[in-house]
Design a binder for this molecule. Sequence first.
Ligand SMILES: [Zn+2]
Length: 153
Amino acid sequence: MEVTVETLKEKFDEYNKRYFDGKLKKVKLGFINKGFKNTIAQFEFRIDKNGHLRDTSIKLNKGIIWDEEKIRRALLHEMVHLSLAQKHKNGKKHGLDFIRECKRIEKNYNVKISHCWMKYERINKGDSIHTNPLVICYNIISFIKFRIIQKFV
Ligand SMILES: [Zn+2]
């Protein structure tokens, strides 16, 4: 299916209400630059000098064959990052807070957020990729992309 910014907005609002009690603040939604070929989705933000969360964005890779389920998983994964960043927890890491938030949603709503399961497995393996939070995110989602490609090509 074709994914537009409008699609992302609709989904974000829907998931925000359903899974986060509507507590997530507005975020810029869009698509990743073509340079990031190995990334499915990403969350970015900065903290200003007063400690406020700024310039939050969630972007999906347009080069992916998206369907409802894949959009839900990718968006939810990034929305968990946003939720943590809003609570001033490390929004870029897939640490315990991240896993806890994923599990809350998975348990309460019976949905899967595949990325965090993959992440969880990797933590147990002590994968050295985890030294850089950004690289972690990109690598985890890259891995999923490769699986998706194998499935469809
Ligand atoms: Zn992530």
